[in-house]
Design a protein around this ligand. Structure first.
Ligand code: RB5
Length: 147
């Protein structure tokens, strides 16, 4: 699978270890955003990952910041990007299944490295549920706003 892994400074170490681990599993991984723990603004990492998803260079993305919140807020400004912050494997599975999430957001200050790996693994192995009700609801995520 082609994966885009991005992070700000707070997420850099976790993103780097996730990227190495994912490469070891055979995925094609591009690491984006911070290149060290020097200050790096989290919306910029989201922009890069969103563009990789929308441009077709990546099938799925992973974004890491301190909480996972900031990266998810910015990534979700892009129609067609469905970024989900997950703090459990169940959330990761349902984000893929029900929400057809294409970007996983993780908090380096929230999760242990092992938890982050387990959540990422579940996200990647979980398929989108093609059920009509889910497709209909996911379609509404990018629909015209009502106000
Ligand atoms: C950086 O200190 C921190 O604010 C950022 O990584 C993230 O948690 C924002 O949502």
């Amino acid at each position: 699978m082609k994966l885009a892994v991005g992070a700000d400074h707070a997420g850099f170490d976790l993103a780097s270890s996730l990227a190495d681990w994912l490469r070891g599993l055979g995925h094609e991984v591009v690491q984006l955003g911070a290149t060290s723990t020097e200050r790096y603004d989290y919306p910029d990492a989201s922009d890069l990952v969103a563009c990789h998803i929308l441009g077709g260079q990546a099938d799925l993305g992973v974004l890491v910041c301190g909480t996972g919140i900031g990266v998810s807020i910015r990534a979700n400004r892009y129609p067609g990007v469905r970024a989900a912050e997950c703090t459990s494997t169940t959330m990761a599975e349902l984000a893929r299944g029900h929400n057809h999430a294409n970007v996983l957001c993780l908090g380096s200050r929230i999760l242990s490295p092992d938890e982050a790996k387990q959540i990422t693994a579940r996200f990647l192995e979980s398929p989108e549920d093609p059920g009509d009700r889910h497709v209909k609801r996911v379609g509404k995520l990018d629909a015209e706003r009502v106000c």
